[in-house]
Design a protein around this ligand. Sequence first.
Ligand code: CTP
Ligand code: MG
Length: 373
Amino acid sequence: MIAAIIAAAGSGERFGAAIPKALIHCGDRTLIEHALASLSAVVDEIVITAPAGYEEKFRELAGDRATVVTGGQTRSESVRIGLAALPATCEFVLVHDAARALASSDLARRVITSLRSGDVAVIPGLPQIDTVKVVDSDGYVLTTPDRAPLRRVQTPQGFSYELLSRAHATGGDATDDAALVEKLGARVRVIEGEERAIKITTPSDLATALQYLGATNEFSTGVGVDAHAFAEGRELYLAALYWPGEVGVDGHSDGDVATHAICDALFAASNLGDLGSNFGTSRPEYAGASGAQLLQETTRLVNAAGYSISHVSVQIIGNRPKIGARRVEAIAALSHALNGADVALLATTTDGLGLTGEGKGIAAIASALIFKN
Ligand code: CTP
Ligand code: MG
């Protein structure tokens, strides 16, 4: 039996989204779903290590394709926990990073082929393109290693179950599993890796990954605008946040001009109508819905129409509230409602001109960039 562990318990700190990195969408599905799809085609059993608190979400996405366990503090610890959930009857185990979502089934197959032909540890790697320097703590170069024998290694990494279990029994910590196996003196073979198996670490890596999906050809954009007048006694909701102590705006809804403008930008880009035609009298269940809820539902509709959201930007136009202090929080809330899409949030005043410049209300203008899956 061949099993796989997908390490997905990281928070994705360097990526900077409000949700764990493995739940971010790349094209038509999340990173964890990409990883699952390519591995479930080649292994018999899969264990996913999920971040604490997100186990149910991962179970929903995995269905009957994998068992979900709670990961640990470090990647090595997560893999150890995953390993403990596998039956001892395993012959080989692949360890894969959800962050390398686009690694192909073919790569996993080639790792397995190499294991079957007698290797006990097999890892994909690519030549090192840049010259590498070893530096001291002050940033001065100590040495320049020869680049030719260096490899940038990837996952899935494959091992005999027995060897991987022994390597992890040491309780060691390393950035990949092969490093623990090397410490036992085992021979680790490097096979040809894949460019598309890049580790998605930052939003720009996600953009690169989208290019591998061939998703860059069919982009479309949309613009949306909304404005409401201030109304004493109303509470303010703006950019998917509640603003205590600020005067709210008039209207049937929560009056969140930023989320409403984004919804219209998304509807415009996807040609799905507008806020009124989607959430008006035809959908009474959305009467009184918050801006964040409308944004979530808009995201669902846009995805259901076959689009993914690449980027959204929104500019709030008004004298107050001051956005700066809560910009990061607002971006996180908006991105969350947009399933992890990249969000920019700006604010401006209009030099005293117009409705918002006179302090009578607040407006927002948004643009959305989406692409067809
Ligand atoms: N991982 C894990 N358990 C941890 C830490 C990381 O299972 N305690 C997983 C991540 O989910 C990821 C893989 O190991 O799929 C590689 O880690 P990395 O790319 O560093 O992801 P994160 O740790 O989530 O990102 P960051 O370091 O930026 O926080
Ligand atoms: Mg990490």
